[in-house]
Design a binder for this molecule. Structure first.
Ligand code: FES
Length: 128
């Protein structure tokens, strides 16, 4: 399941940066309860648009990805695809962890530090 919130300003309503991080209950974004789910948008005050992805079942730092949606090619906003992340400008493709799959971008997307404790997702404004 993909929740696409880039329409308009793409701001994720009710999410905002406090003390250098964004925290939300996963129940507020049910797409993230299933591996492969994606939520796209930008929490208020966050430095870039985000692609928040469910990477694995269970808890921990690798269960959820927080991907900087700015393409490493020429800076377009990368969008959710079916099982991947797609740049609409020149066709680069990335996996759900932001890893490089196909160019013209030559590298993967940057990723923020994220964690999941089984209830709450925490995303730092610091890159991992
Ligand atoms: S800006 Fe993303 S592929 Fe060119």
């Amino acid at each position: 399941m993909v929740v696409h919130l880039f329409a308009g300003e793409g701001v994720l309503e009710n999410l905002h940066v406090a003390d250098g991080q964004v925290t939300f209950a996963i129940a507020d974004f049910p797409a993230l309860e299933t591996v492969g789910g994606i939520v796209a948008g930008r929490p208020a005050g966050f430095p870039t648009p985000l692609l928040i992805t469910r990477l694995a079942a269970g808890n921990g730092p690798d269960a959820v990805g927080a991907i900087n949606a700015i393409c490493t090619h020429l800076g377009c906003t990368v969008l959710p695809g079916a099982g991947s992340l797609l740049c609409p400008c020149h066709g680069s493709i990335f996996d759900l962890a932001g890893g490089f799959l196909r160019g013209p971008a030559g590298t993967g997307l940057f990723r923020y530090t994220a964690g999941f404790d089984g209830t709450t997702v925490t995303i730092s404004t610091a890159l991992r």
